[in-house]
Design a protein around this ligand. Structure first.
Ligand code: GLC
Length: 632
């Protein structure tokens, strides 16, 4: 049962689709303190676990740390971070007492989950206009299902979006894309999409294509499609402030950009230099921005990734001026070691600063609202602009769209990716841990940058990461400019990559059906073992294995120089090792096993009495023989 409580007059975040009548606040079951902020507190039993918060650092069980809901352009996903790109304000308490809790609030929220006091949760929302949802249920799964019904069905992308995808910040000219395509095909490596990062644009201007690099873009897109490869361009939130650039001119003329306190356009710097930030919280602006995608869909483009929409602010004009003044002041005196650190902090503090997030405004139904109070829905509403347009123009399930920043509600129209991770072994595990948490919050189409975005990747790291990515709906290898090349054909044992990628295509019919069912039935595709085996103390603590669908369990190897790992089986299962066309099976009893998995193998565990279909390997989803299935 879900009970809704309303405080003040909340802004409509569009997170929820169900209509519920708010109940009197004096029946609210947790300790509630309302002042300028809203504080909710409750006790935890020793055996309680806390799940949720979607895209966040640390464990599947969130207990023992302090998190913040604040969509952040955070490139360093280390354990000390309180927030990443998404704001997913839903938790489930599992243990003696089970309940779920959703705070529908677009501003900042702090979640102290047993950080200050191990037995206490303290949630502080920076405002007093919000909706609270308290969900009672018989199990964690049941609570999640009720919540998912409340927030509506999850986005289903086109079928081809389940194919393997290659990306790289730095593919610039047409020839770069042809080389990727040809190398994949030549080496018997499957591929469905190649991503176009900001390099394809003319001076990083949204909805433009650099004509020197792509003299006939339409023909280029068609030529790639003829090889069963789709091109997926990036769109950034900021619109380059440049007279004569039609998107900017129109936005400026119509007053569609966010304004500063004096009513002038808020000017901040991102990749294109100074930009206008479209006011996505305004419906007219959403319609206008959404319709801009047509420039590219008209040229045959079928998918997009929306980026920098927290929004990321490298600097603002005023922030930079202030910092420069401060630096002059420091420089005018003798530079001792403390002055040096002040200089350093002054420069670093310019980026994504709270001063800037407090210095611009939106027009929500005629009301001037400060950005910091609605920060967490900005990116979600940018992506809504795109997904609403696609649905209206092309119908459901026709276009691929996913976003970096997100808020619950955006899961109905789009997917997410987990942003700028590193080529670190620990980030394979972080990738795994985020999957059930974001699924709880409705985001089913998701994945991390496989191989790692920042720093240099190695062959073994990529193979192991792909062996997890084989199961994630979005399976994309992406890296940053200047890092070591990490396309599957760049390494010593290309045939091993071919073996692992073949497994993805063999699994697509199963993964796609499971995905669809999870969307239709409000289920999680990936679950912690604790959700399925609540009575099993060992299963409750497992943080490096996941249940997949109703049939499987996955347990990837995520450490360097390891050919085996411990796997806990909460019941008897069949270990299946897939590699290329090969399938090896071994029956294993409930309990702890030391399982060996070679670098070119993908292991999964099938529950007793269950079967999954496998297709023959294929080089693209278009060539996949969906009706030639065998069952294991
Ligand atoms: C951001 C994105 C990354 C992209 C880069 C350049 O860092 O998260 O994926 O490659 O910008 O556009």
């Amino acid at each position: 049962m879900i009970t809704k409580y309303r405080l003040g007059t909340p802004i409509n975040t569009e997170a929820v689709v169900g209509e519920l009548t708010p109940q009197p606040l004096d029946t609210f079951p947790l300790k509630l303190d309302i002042g300028g902020k809203t504080v909710i507190e409750f006790e935890l039993q020793e055996s309680d676990a806390v799940y949720g918060l979607g895209e966040a650092s640390r464990g599947i069980n969130k207990r023992g740390w302090i998190y913040e809901s604040w969509c952040s352009d955070e490139t360093n996903h280390t354990e000390d971070k309180k927030s990443l790109y998404g704001a997913h304000n839903f938790i489930v308490i599992g243990g003696r007492e089970k309940f779920g809790f959703f705070v529908d609030f677009p501003g900042k929220i702090e979640w102290d989950i047993g950080y200050t006091l191990s037995g206490k949760v303290k949630i502080t929302a920076e405002g007093a206009d919000l909706d609270l949802y308290y969900i009672n249920g018989e199990s964690e799964r049941d609570i999640v299902k009720q919540f998912r019904k409340l927030i509506g069905k999850s986005y289903i992308p086109p079928f081809w979006a389940f194919g393997y995808q290659q990306s790289c910040w730095g593919y610039a000219k047409q020839e770069d894309f042809f080389a990727v395509r040809d190398n994949y095909r030549k080496n018997n490596l499957p591929l469905d999409c190649i991503y176009m990062d900001i390099d394809y644009m003319d001076s990083f201007k949204d909805f433009t294509v650099n004509k020197k690099l792509f003299p006939d873009f339409r023909a280029f897109v068609d030529e790639m499609k003829a090889h069963n490869i789709r091109l997926i361009p990036i769109i950034d939130a900021g619109v380059k402030n440049q007279k004569g650039y039609p998107v900017y001119d129109e936005g400026h003329e119509k007053g569609y950009f966010c304004i500063d306190k004096d009513g002038g356009e808020f000017e901040c710097g991102v990749w294109p230099g100074i930009v206008g930030l479209p006011d996505f919280l305004n419906k007219d602006v959403r319609e206008w921005f959404g319709s801009q995608y047509k420039t590219l869909t008209d040229m045959g483009i079928d998918g997009f990734w929306n980026d920098m929409n927290e929004p990321a602010l490298f600097y603002s004009k005023t922030g930079l001026e202030k910092a420069n003044k401060k630096l002059d002041e420091i420089r005018s005196k003798e530079i001792d070691i403390w002055a040096f650190f002040r200089m350093k902090d002054t420069v670093l503090g310019v980026q994504n600063s709270m001063d800037d997030y407090s210095a611009f405004y939106h027009n929500i139904d005629g009301r001037k609202v400060c950005h910091k109070d609605v920060h967490n829905i900005y990116g979600a509403f940018m992506t809504k602009a795109a997904s609403d347009f696609f649905e209206k123009e092309f119908g459901k399930e026709q276009k691929l769209i996913f976003s970096r920043a997100s808020y619950i509600g955006a899961h109905r129209g789009s997917g997410i990716w987990f942003g700028d991770n590193f080529s670190w072994w620990s980030h394979i595990l972080l990738n795994l841990k985020m999957l059930p948490s974001v699924n709880m919050c409705g985001f089913l189409y998701c994945g991390a940058d496989l191989g790692g975005f920042n720093s240099n990747c190695t062959e073994d790291l990529l193979l192991r990461w792909l062996a997890l990515g084989v199961f994630t709906p979005l399976m994309r290898n992406h890296r940053a400019l200047g890092t070591r090349a990490q396309e599957a054909y760049q390494f010593e044992h290309i045939d091993w990559f071919s073996d692992v990628l073949a497994v993805r295509y063999r699994l697509i019919p199963y993964l796609y059906d499971t995905f669809r069912r999870c969307s239709e039935e409000y289920e999680m595709m990936f679950r912690p073992l604790a959700f399925d085996y609540p009575g099993d103390d060992m299963a409750r603590e497992v943080e490096d294995q996941l249940m997949l669908g109703e049939e499987c369990m996955i347990a990837p190897v995520y450490e360097q120089n390891k050919n085996r790992r411990y796997v806990y089986l909460p019941e008897d299962m069949t270990l299946v090792k897939l590699s290329g066309e090969n399938t090896e099976k071994e029956f294993l009893k409930k309990g702890l096993h030391y399982v060996d998995v070679k670098l070119n193998e993908v292991a999964l565990f099938i529950k007793k009495g269950k079967q999954i279909p496998l297709a023959p390997p294929a080089l693209s989803t278009a060539e996949l023989k969906k009706d030639e299935l065998t069952y294991i």
